[in-house]
Design a protein around this ligand. Structure first.
Ligand code: ZN
Length: 397
């Protein structure tokens, strides 16, 4: 956690390098509605030309195809698109899904990109978007003030919470925290049923009994409960708890796993980062559109995060991909009420920052400040709640 904590930022960066579309954002707009949300970003711009990245999120009933329309106000034209079929008539642009990204479950997204031309003077983001003929209303932008209804932290925490949020906005994702789409929150609401699926990456030569397997599952649930008991009933958060489903185990050698039932999927010797992993076609990190067409067990066997336990690993690391720590630490603390490193790293999965070089005004000991608290404090809980406040409009709340 202290030595390895910076891995959060490198993990975020890795996710963005792998899946981003040039987040040098010149202009950003977001529109939220019951039916759809559209993120339209001018990701790059040069004399005469620009590149844009668009993400369509379906907030309504599942669809099998989509058609996105907008109008340009400054003479822009689309010249070349990928992952969608884009046509233009006058100012009106229509983007239809490509063959592989037409089906969108509730909460699922599809992304496409295009190059276009502009007038070298202004390149405004379209004011409105419509998906399948329905306008996406309720426009917001990342610079809008966040909602204040339902937001009532104790007065002594108002200043430090504001400091933390401003710091995160300034330092995450090249200053565009809101463009990142794989926070733990995004995973939770893509599933839509209050659960998160896990892969255990058993990066160890030790054997595991069925009892230990079940204790690891229980330890994950216990840690998630510690965080999310602070969300139950808070500010329209819809779940009374967050349940962890362990759907897969990844090992080097099947004989290390001392059970024969098929309660979890088992992946043998699929190596990445020199460690066993569950199949990439089933991993959210690799499929942030929420679709898993090549996962053998289908979407119900996909995994959102990995618990990565490595022999001899000191400290911890956490990010959108999950949490990593020493196998010995985890197994030695298997039944500990507060497994401090795991709790800290889950905080990173849900966006919370490290505090190596500064401390918010008036708060001293909290779990995200490594080494200062072994348990989640009131301030930690309010930082988690502040993430919900700033992101909940993404999910229609
Ligand atoms: Zn950390």
């Amino acid at each position: 956690m202290s030595r390895r904590g910076k891995a959060l930022l490198s993990a975020l960066a890795a996710a963005i390098i792998a899946f981003g579309s040039g987040l040098i954002t010149a202009t950003t707009a977001q529109a939220a509605a019951e039916g759809c949300r559209v993120d339209y970003q001018v990701s790059n711009q040069w004399q005469g030309g620009f590149g844009a990245a668009v993400t369509v999120t379906n907030l309504g009933a599942p669809v099998t195809s989509w058609s996105l329309e907008w109008s340009y106000s400054a003479g822009q034209t689309v010249s070349q698109a990928w992952n969608a079929e884009v046509s233009q008539s006058g100012a009106r642009v229509t983007a239809r899904n490509a063959g592989h990204n037409g089906a969108l479950a509730t909460g699922a997204s599809a992304s496409f990109g295009f190059n276009g031309t502009w007038n070298n003077s202004s390149n405004p983001v379209p004011a409105t978007f419509a998906v399948n003929g329905v306008t996406c209303t309720g426009q917001t932008t990342p610079t809008d003030p966040p909602p204040t209804s339902g937001w009532n932290p104790p007065s002594h925490l108002v200043t430090p919470l504001n400091e933390v949020w401003a710091h995160q906005e300034a330092t995450y994702n090249n200053g565009n925290l809101y463009a990142f789409r794989n926070y733990g929150w995004d995973q939770l609401f893509a599933n839509g049923n209050g659960t998160l699926n896990f892969c255990v990456r058993w990066d160890s030569s030790a054997s595991v009994t069925a009892t230990q397997r079940d204790q690891i599952h229980a330890a994950l649930n216990r840690a998630y409960d510690k965080w999310f008991q602070g969300m139950a009933g808070h500010n329209a958060f819809p779940y009374s708890d967050v349940d962890i489903e362990v759907v897969g185990w990844a090992v080097r050698d099947r004989s290390q796993l001392q059970w024969s039932d098929n309660s979890v999927d088992i992946y043998v010797n699929d190596i990445r980062e020199n460690a066993p992993q569950c199949a990439e076609p089933c991993g959210r990190f690799f499929h942030q559109d929420g679709r898993y067409p090549d996962c053998p067990g289908g979407i119900s066997r996909h995994y959102d995060q990995s618990l990565w336990l490595t022999d001899g690993f000191g400290g911890g690391a956490g990010g959108d991909w999950g949490q990593r720590m020493g196998r010995e630490y985890f197994m030695n603390n298997l039944n500990t009420e507060n497994m401090t490193i795991l709790l800290h790293e889950i905080g990173h999965t849900f966006g919370l920052d490290d505090f190596y070089d500064w401390t918010p005004t008036g708060v001293t000991n909290f779990i995200m400040k490594a080494g200062s608290s072994s348990t989640i404090t009131e301030f930690d809980t309010w930082m988690l709640r502040d993430w919900w406040r700033h992101l909940k409009s993404r999910y229609g709340y």
